[in-house]
Ligand binder design. Structure first.
Ligand SMILES: Cc1ncc(COP(=O)(O)O)c(C=O)c1O
Length: 376
């Protein structure tokens, strides 16, 4: 199998798993217990928190462990609106993950006014448009740091500056940015930021929300996480996330650079060998592992299935959308001509090898040729 769907989820790292295992077996104490069997575990949880904080350049007290990126996103949005009960307007974009779009949809039905900012053909935002949409009623701006489908990286520092100048809370969904590009919350000056473990080689079921301000209203009440997120801590997964963050810090994004070299090589070989190829997104400003690539008159869902039969796994959009037979909202927002150019999403990971990419390119050339000859 050649796994090229790392934006959907990633393989658990061996070191991460080994760090977790004792806490799934003998070290099963509750971190809230006062005897040492629990207290030692609390220390380990805080060690993990330190590693997450180091990755994001913040104080460990600003990190709240959650169950996933979606929970972090929902918590951030709900916190912002509860802190501002008199303000009923939120600004976000048309290309956010479903966990943001659907929470906004719920709030819209509850009477909030939501501005979904448009993007251009390359998926880019116009910050002048953003400025125009701000009103005295705006309580939150939530813009993703990196897009899951096309990989675009958004100018979060500039957007947070605009938010600050207007006294508006700023949140960013950094689930697809973590581990791929540097995140420095001090430099970005955001109020809240979400991350998910399973995109960085940790099992599914752990996330974090960075929160700058002491004023915070939880989604789940309880004494854990300094009264900011109730629920007995998911100790093994927290330890795993801490380990993964430590590994990213030690690697200093070398793996990401390697992925970019491999991704760029892949795209250029594909373009050399296949005619009428189109790559979606902001090509000069993308996450290093992502390629949303289309072949004229080849249907992406057909291509994906045939590739799968050859052992190559890619996707046709975000995994969360794939069971719905609707065109991707991200590509639609980019005014994509999906009739002619429907893309597959190829997302590399830290285990992707040059041999796998060469094998993929070879297979792809044959499959596209075969599918095109069927169309004629
Ligand atoms: C950009 C983005 N935000 C949020 C999420 C949700 O994260 P989780 O699967 O941990 O809920 C995803 C997952 O695909 C994502 O890509």
């Amino acid at each position: 199998m050649i796994y090229l769907d790392n934006n959907a989820t990633t393989k658990v790292d061996e070191e991460v798993l080994n760090a977790m295992l004792p806490y799934l077996k003998e070290e099963y104490g509750n971190p809230s217990s006062t005897y040492s069997f629990g207290k030692d575990i609390k220390e380990k949880v805080n060690e993990a928190r330190n590693n997450v904080a180091r990755l994001l350049n913040c104080n460990p007290d600003n990190i709240i462990f959650t169950s996933c990126g979606s929970e972090s996103n929902a918590t951030a949005i709900m916190n912002a609106i509860k802190l501002n009960p008199n303000k009923k307007h939120i600004i976000t974009t048309k290309v956010e993950h479903a966990s943001i779009i659907e929470t906004m949809g719920y709030l819209e039905r509850e009477g909030y006014e939501i501005t979904f900012l448009e993007v251009d053909d390359k998926g880019r935002l116009d910050l002048e448009e953003l400025k125009k949409e701000i009103t005295p009623d705006t309580c939150l701006i939530s813009v993703m740091m990196a897009n899951n489908e096309i990989g675009n990286i958004y100018p979060i520092k500039e957007i947070a500056k605009i938010a600050k100048e207007n006294n508006i809370i700023m949140h960013t969904d950094a689930v697809q940015a973590a581990g791929k590009i540097k995140i420095d919350v001090e430099d970005l000056n955001v109020d809240m930021l979400s991350i998910s473990g399973h995109k960085i080689n940790v099992p599914k079921g752990i996330g974090i929300l960075y929160v700058r301000d002491k004023k915070f209203i939880p989604l789940i009440f309880g004494h854990q996480e300094k009264n900011r997120r109730g629920g007995t801590e998911n100790v093994p997964y927290i330890i795993g996330l801490g380990k993964s963050c430590e590994m990213i810090i030690n690697d200093n994004y070398k793996k990401s650079e390697e992925e970019k070299v491999l991704r760029d090589y892949m795209e250029s070989e594909i373009k050399k060998n296949i005619e009428d190829v189109f790559i979606y997104g902001d090509l000069d400003n993308r996450t290093p592992n992502t390629s949303s690539i289309a072949f004229k008159n080849v249907k992406a869902d057909e291509l994906m299935l045939v590739l799968e039969s050859f052992g190559v796994l890619v996707s046709t959009g975000s995994a969360c959308n794939s069971e719905l037979a609707v065109p991707s909202h991200v590509l639609t927002a980019c005014h994509a001509n999906l009739e002619e150019y429907s893309p597959i999403r190829v997302s590399l990971g830290k285990y992707t090898t040059k041999e796998e990419i060469d094998q993929f390119i070879k297979t792809l050339i044959n499959v596209v040729k075969m599918l095109r000859s069927k169309v004629k």
